[in-house]
Ligand binder design. Structure first.
Ligand code: FAD
Length: 473
């Protein structure tokens, strides 16, 4: 039988890889997808975005139930958390979507290989070969005209420690058999503050240790300040500018010691420690040494079309240097590559128009430049801010904390960035991404009708506040 030569082989079946594979197949290309895990979906579906949001939803419902009488519902005085069922529901959400991905592979006639893929070198006579070590121990070589690398990332660990049943990463914490009564979270990026919200929400004592002087350090400074205030109000013990963190395991969990911002040594005895200090690209053993690709601290560098330095080999998702490690960035890069491979229209991923969403309580979402970044870039900046306290839907939701902050360019009013902390922030940011994509001005957004009563109306007031014309404050 003639050997199959695919148009494209995608290595890695996370959101970057499976999105690329599906779109390439929709364009009529013959596609193979290789994934090392027994289920498709990658970090996002199995150990990241989806399971954490399922658990955050449980924490949110739990919080509403505890205050049910406030909403006119009696008889829910003593709700009980069934941790086993919290995990079971999370697993059910995951498995519904892994099955969905299997269906999409079949529907789009994508050939899948369950195994670990490795590049064997550059193309020979225009054909690339990927060696695959299959899950059943057998080996296979997949041949294709183009290769897309999408092997994702792994949690970083503190130097000298290993993840186990006490020291956890996002992988272990999603499987712990019992709800811990106390938890130290090391790192206050998106992953850290989301887990802090989940576990505080369901009643654990939570401590955050952050080495930088603010929480969610990539966000606008005012957003960091507001989250710090609100986390403290909820009783989360937040420690900033922390140094020399050490973890000593003992029979009750772990004793965590650190030097606080005043130079004093502090200790904390807890049941579990979550290490959330970033993600490392998974590129160590995928055959890059046999190619012209020279990784930069493990990351693969690409041009705007996601092409690597090895002809015919593309990289997308968390392995790409200089792009935010977010599922929607990876999947958009996958769409760009698929379109380019099929000779269709595509636009490169624009770093300044990536929505950043953090699903902590309250939620944070932003797009574009922070106020400090806009000033650094030399813009004459005009800023508006609208607090959710003036938004009627926020009152209905009993979620008055937070604000919308709009950063605009003073002369023509172009919107440079929007930063939101508060209810449904991660949903309403979509409007702001579109506004930036279409280079909208403050004036245009001030005359864009927003439905009432919605949380999104806070954006209308936010844009109007740039001109000092917010109505509801
Ligand atoms: C706790 C947590 C919460 C998160 N929440 C969000 C969120 O809410 N929103 C968001 O946008 N992002 C979130 N992220 C980030 C998001 O999960 C990643 O950005 C995204 O999964 C990256 O997609 P990817 O396809 O590049 O890689 P991955 O999802 O890591 O997938 C890579 C795939 O490649 C496979 N693979 C690896 N090596 C090989 C090989 N050699 N051969 C074959 N297969 C291989 C792996 O098995 C895996 O399936 C979160 C991350 C974490 C850890």
């Amino acid at each position: 039988m003639a050997e199959t030569i695919f148009d494209v082989v995608v290595v890695g079946g996370g959101p970057a890889g499976y999105t690329c594979a599906i779109r390439a197949a929709q364009f009529g290309l013959k596609v193979a997808l290789i994934d090392a895990n027994d289920r498709l979906g990658g970090t996002c579906l199995l150990w990241g975005c989806i399971p954490t949001k399922a658990m955050l939803f449980t924490a949110e419902i739990w919080d509403h139930l505890k205050h049910a009488d406030k909403y006119g519902i009696d008889g829910v005085a003593e709700p009980k958390l069934n941790w086993k069922n919290v995990l079971a529901r999370k697993d059910d959400v995951i498995s519904r979507h892994t099955k969905g991905l299997d269906f999409l592979m079949k529907k789009n006639k994508i050939t899948t290989f369950k195994g670990f893929g490795r590049l064997t070198g550059g193309a020979k006579d225009g054909i690339h070969s990927i060696d695959v070590k299959l899950a059943d121990g057998k080996a296979e070589t997949v041949k294709a005209k183009k290769v897309v690398l999408a092997t994702g990332s792994d949690a970083r660990m503190l130097p000298g420690y290993k993840a186990d049943e006490t020291i956890l990463t996002n992988y272990e914490i999603l499987k712990i058999g019992e709800m811990p009564k106390s938890l130290v979270v090391i790192g206050s990026g998106a992953v850290g503050v989301e887990f802090a919200s989940i576990f505080k929400g369901v009643g654990a004592e939570v401590t955050i240790l952050e080495m930088l002087p603010r929480v969610v350090p990539v966000e606008d400074e005012e957003i960091s300040k507001e989250l710090l205030r609100l986390f403290k109000k909820r009783g989360i013990d937040v420690n900033l500018s922390v140094k020399d963190t050490k973890i000593e395991k003992n029979k009750d969990g772990a004793l965590v010691s650190f030097t606080d911002a005043n130079g004093k040594t502090q200790t904390k005895q807890v049941e579990k420690v979550l290490v959330a200090v970033g993600r490392a690209p998974r590129t160590a053993d995928i055959g890059l040494d046999k190619t012209k690709i020279v990784p930069d601290r493990g990351f693969i560098m690409t041009n705007e079309w996601m092409e690597t330095t090895e002809p015919g080999v593309y990289a997308i998702g968390d392995i790409v240097g200089g792009l935010p490690q977010l599922a929607h960035v990876g999947s958009m890069a996958g769409l760009v590559v698929a379109a380019r491979l099929a000779g269709k229209f595509a636009k490169p991923v624009n770093r300044t128009r990536v929505p950043g969403c953090t699903y902590c309580d309250p939620q944070i979402a932003s797009v574009g430049l922070t106020e400090a970044q806009a000033k650094e870039k030399g813009f004459q900046v005009k800023v508006g801010k609208f607090p959710f306290v003036g938004n009627s839907k926020a009152t209905i939701l009993d979620a008055h904390d937070g604000f919308v902050k709009v950063v605009s360019e003073a002369k023509y009013g172009e919107i440079l960035g929007v930063h939101i902390i508060g209810p449904y922030a991660t949903e309403i940011i979509a409007e702001c991404v579109t506004a930036l994509e279409l280079e909208a001005t403050v004036e245009e957004m001030m005359f864009t009708i927003h439905a009432h009563p919605t949380v999104a109306e806070a954006l209308l007031d936010g844009f109007s506040s740039v001109e000092g014309l917010a109505v509801n404050v």
